[in-house]
Unconditional design. Structure first.
Length: 158
């Protein structure tokens, strides 16, 4: 069997033989992209980071993650639970109590997530400046936008 990058486990890969997912079998690349989407999602990242101190109740998570809506927290917790990154434990008490905690798999992602959050905290000023510089360089006056639109319309009709 040919073992080039394009042929993994006997299947021909039509994608480029290089790139960040090239070392993984073709049949695994879709789920790897889905996992990256989950792990890189801002709310998932913040929930995983918030669970660093052990089990938390829903309302505690809601308080620890500014800006997250109840609906988004519910969806995020459900997705993280489905992926096996957190466990949900419901206690038969009055009032009912539900706690969330990172699983061993979730703990393996925790340090990576905290590092990403720290990186954002360290570099936010620089990124803000870069955005402002980019926006200023690409900003055009309304007259310039209008003139450009007029040229484009004339170009289509001629």
């Amino acid at each position: 069997m040919d073992t080039t990058a394009g042929q993994v486990t006997g299947k021909t890969d039509t994608a480029a033989p290089s790139g960040p997912c090239a070392r993984w079998p073709v049949e695994n690349r879709e789920i790897i992209r889905q996992i990256l989407d989950r792990a890189g999602d801002k709310w998932s990242t913040l929930v995983i980071a918030a669970l660093d101190d052990g089990p938390l109740r829903y309302t505690d998570l809601l308080r620890r993650i500014p800006g997250i809506s109840q609906r988004m927290l519910t969806l995020t917790l459900r997705q993280l639970h489905r992926d096996g990154l957190i466990t949900r434990t419901a206690y038969a008490e009055v009032p009912p109590r539900v706690e969330y905690v990172l699983t061993p798999l979730g703990l393996t992602l925790h340090d990576i997530v905290v590092s990403l959050i720290d990186w954002a905290g360290i570099h936010h000023d620089e990124i803000r400046e870069n955005r402002a510089r980019f926006d200023a360089a690409t900003e055009r006056s309304p007259a310039e936008r209008g003139a450009e639109g007029s040229r484009a319309r004339r170009g289509r009709t001629s």
